[in-house]
Write a protein of this length. Structure first.
Length: 232
């Protein structure tokens, strides 16, 4: 990862992906919340969001994999396995990541030399990966649950509404972070959500913008931000 004097939540998503993937590939110790959150500088909120996005997409990816296996579409199978490997590495699912690395290597070797062996490797592959993913996720959720139980419950302080000038400045900062694909955009979106600056007529625009940032769809977020800015 590139050296950066800014806080960790200033790092780009690509930098974080590289850090987590390297960590997963060499991880040999028992999984702890600390080592899961380390690539994010301890940003538990962002990690919870990342896990949520991963789980939302996982089942669809596994269904697509099963379909491609049924259709004997080797190129698509390799593509899905590669994508899943990256997703598993980026979310800290170390067992799933290691299995996918091994699986991808074997599939590529068979793809180049032995179609029959390739088909054999695909038998029950989606179900096997689902089992490993669920085991990893269960472990992660247990760690997150334990962390929630030891944290004192705190009510968020009431915030005053932003003035129009303040709101425009915040949105301008948000746009810069979105352009840079910078995780600081997530923090700003949370700030917008927690502050009831949204006038009723613009509530839909604010919600669409924050939802897009929350699932890290920065391209859509920029579109929603442009639409919102035009209405302010």
């Amino acid at each position: 990862m590139k050296t950066n004097k800014e806080p960790v939540n200033q790092h780009s998503v690509n930098d974080i992906d590289e850090n987590i993937t390297d960590k997963c590939s060499s991880e040999s110790t028992t999984k702890t919340l600390e080592n899961l959150l380390q690539p994010f500088g301890g940003n538990e909120k962002f990690y919870r969001r990342l896990i949520s996005v991963f789980e939302d997409n996982l089942e669809q990816q596994l269904q697509n994999l099963a379909l491609m296996i049924a259709q004997k579409n080797a190129k698509e199978i390799l593509g899905i396995v590669h994508t899943l490997k990256g997703s598993a590495g980026s979310t800290g699912l170390s067992s799933l990541y290691r299995d996918l690395c091994e699986c991808e290597t074997k599939l590529k070797q068979a793809y180049d030399s032995n179609a029959s062996a390739f088909d054999m490797l695909c038998v029950d592959l989606a179900e096997q990966l689902r089992f490993v993913a669920q085991t990893d996720l269960s472990s992660i959720h247990a760690l997150l649950l334990n962390q929630s139980q030891i944290k004192p419950s705190e009510s968020a302080p009431q915030q005053a509404e932003y003035t129009l000038t303040e709101l425009k400045l915040i949105l301008a900062e948000l746009k810069q972070h979105l352009d840079d694909f910078n995780l600081k955009a997530v923090d700003i979106a949370e700030l917008l959500q927690s502050n009831r600056a949204q006038k009723l007529s613009l509530e839909h625009n604010f919600t669409a913008l924050c939802d897009a940032v929350e699932v890290l769809d920065f391209e859509k977020a920029l579109t929603e931000l442009s639409s919102l800015s035009e209405r302010l």
